[in-house]
Design a protein around this ligand. Sequence first.
Ligand code: ATP
Length: 316
Amino acid sequence: MKKLVCAGEILVEIMAERIGQSFLAPGPLVGPFPSGAPAIFIDQAARLGQPAGLIAAVGDDDFGHLNIERLRADGADISAIKVHRGAATGTAFVTYEADGSRHFVYNIKQSAAGLIEIGAEARALLAGADHFHVMGTSLFSPEVIEVARNGIEAVKARGGTVSFDPNIRKEMLDLPGMRDALHFVLSKTDVFLPSGPELFIFAKATDEESAVREMLGRGISTVVVKKGADGAVHYDQTGRTASPGFAVDEIDPTGAGDCFAAAFVSFWLRGATAEKALSIANGCGALAVTKKGPMEGIASLAAVEAFIKTAKTGAP
Ligand code: ATP
């Protein structure tokens, strides 16, 4: 089976227990939960039985080891996760508002995550990789952008493929080197996975079909537009396939996009039909939101297949 690799931040997420609770006063917290978009992506792929490895850096602390142990237990290749003495693993503290919005207090850039590099272990992992997945959120410094460039080039040199989940806010476009980095990543992308509004950051057109056609015209072979509870739409040169979301009670939306992307890319690499890849991906995305904690809803292949058999589509 094809091996996929991703690079980027590992962190823990600690959340306010109650909806509407603020960090401006002491209050009960839940966590730490293992997190970091690349870690969520790799963990979900591994749980589906896809060979998958992560290039990352953590501190030699409980938060770092919590993540490494979860990834190891779930079958991911952790050989290129470097443990740094004297650096701390990143943290994200999260509060939830009644309208479903989230507020984050991050410590990532100054954490061990910023020490990511292509060392001997990462080179060895990339030497056996068939696919590299890039996330916009992981391109937060010139160092991590360089790691992504190295990953893409190593995998492409072996005849492999690249997927890109932009997961980017407009303000991030003005970070140093970001526009060049995005241009480079898009020029190498085979599978592009924007959520609805992100598509229009990259395309000039103002309607979805035309924007997707623009992206397909740039050498991208497959575009999948994620639509939250409504599921997702797949486009390639042969046409359009829409797949509705599964009805679940949403407890915590963090990680749904990464679980969806991991499942879609894993089944795309297996040569599955658009319908099959979308169904598994929508199943993984739906299950991801049913638990508190970004990785707690990650399902095995058997669990997601069982869920899909009985789940209803559409709003709960
Ligand atoms: P995030 O950045 O919050 O991880 P995203 O914006 O990249 O997510 P979404 O479109 O929110 O991506 O979610 C990805 C997929 O997860 C959806 O296409 C859908 O399959 C599933 N999903 C997300 N939210 C729900 C929900 N409330 N109910 C059912 N499925 C959901």
